[in-house]
Design a protein around this ligand. Structure first.
Ligand SMILES: Nc1ncnc2c1ncn2[C@@H]1O[C@H](COP(=O)(O)OP(=O)(O)OP(=O)(O)O)[C@@H](O)[C@H]1O
Length: 228
């Protein structure tokens, strides 16, 4: 399989004061179509790593290639464009626009990724249908359950057909039955050929990955491979 992303010797030091070295010498290659889980305790560097992988932050050391392109050479506008088109984010707190319908939340992502307005509504409805929420397209986030909100967030993340789905504690705010349904949906996404990277401190979530990597004190180590 070809590598979707490749990190070599990645380090990130927050400037402070005092400076804090949150990532050190991280090497990670993620093959296209894989689901890699990054597991680690609070404060270990998971979000920092996710921000680097998601092109939100620049590392202070090392080389990060996304789809074969050295990201160090990309200006902020190119990075933002790649993020909108090639990377979907799913967060624990959903981050939906509260005063916009489920459908609007999805179509706005399509607008940022450059999809022409004539196609956005139909694609948005198709994405909501894919997560089982076509019948709630015009509901506001406040009228949806936590699991439904996360499904809208997944529809939004997937709508631009990103190469990479990045999940940050995707089931952190959900009860265990709802969490299972969200994890099933993420597994469907991977089975359909998209690449998934999930960060979590929850072993139940980690068990769903095909490969697990542990981060401790900003260093990555390969864990026992998860079931494939
Ligand atoms: N902007 C910042 N400036 C300085 N230090 C920071 C900054 N952001 C994070 N840190 C520190 O870097 C370390 C890693 O933080 P990070 O948020 O990546 O951890 P995490 O594993 O995601 O934790 P959690 O599971 O609690 O969200 C922590 O010690 C944190 O205090």
């Amino acid at each position: 399989m070809t590598a979707l992303l490749d990190l070599r010797g990645i380090g990130l030091t927050y400037p402070g004061p005092p400076p804090y070295r949150a990532l050190r010498e991280c090497d990670l290659t993620v093959a296209a179509g894989d689901h890699v889980v990054i597991l680690g305790p609070s404060g270990s560097g998971k979000s920092t790593l996710l921000n680097v992988v998601g092109l939100l932050d620049r590392p202070t050391e090392g080389r990060y290639e996304f789809e074969g392109v050295d990201t160090a050479g990309l200006g902020n506008a190119r990075r933002a464009g790649l993020r909108a088109r090639r990377i979907g984010f799913v967060f624990q707190a959903f981050h939906l626009m509260p005063h916009r319908s489920a459908l609007d939340n999805v179509t706005v992502a399509l607008m940022y990724s450059g999809v022409p307005s004539a196609r956005r509504r139909r694609t948005g409805l198709e994405m909501l249908d894919r997560v089982g929420l076509a019948h709630r397209a015009y509901a506001l986030p406040s009228q949806l359950s936590g699991g439904e909100r996360q499904r809208v967030a997944i529809a939004r993340a997937l709508a631009p057909q990103p190469a990479l789905l990045l999940c940050d504690e995707p089931t952190g705010n959900l009860d265990s039955a709802t969490a299972e349904r969200i994890l099933d949906l993420i597994e469907e996404v991977r089975a359909a050929g998209q690449t998934v990277v999930t960060i979590t401190h929850d072993p139940v979530v980690a068990a769903r990955g095909r490969r697990a990597v542990t981060i401790r004190d900003g260093r990555l180590t390969e864990s026992t491979p998860a079931a494939t």
